[in-house]
Write a protein of this length. Sequence first.
Length: 90
Amino acid sequence: MKSKVTACPICKSNHMYLKHEASYVYSYVLDSDAPGMKNTEIFSPFLYDRRDQTSSCEYVECDNCKTRFTTDLLYGALNTDHNDISDRFK
Ligand SMILES: [Zn+2]
């Protein structure tokens, strides 16, 4: 893996993150003890019976100025030999 860090085209910060944002509905079967077939004594939210993803999105966010970019920009930058994605804005 290359050690170069992609810089923000707006503020030039190199604290960039790819963020995956998702929403899920967790379902627990109502049985004779605590809700959820895997729960017995107490209800533990992570011991679910079913998980359905309702939405998700990915974006690149600058940790400094909080500007969000589409992932197209990230993958475009990764597929070139440019050292800095700001080259794409010149
Ligand atoms: Zn920035």
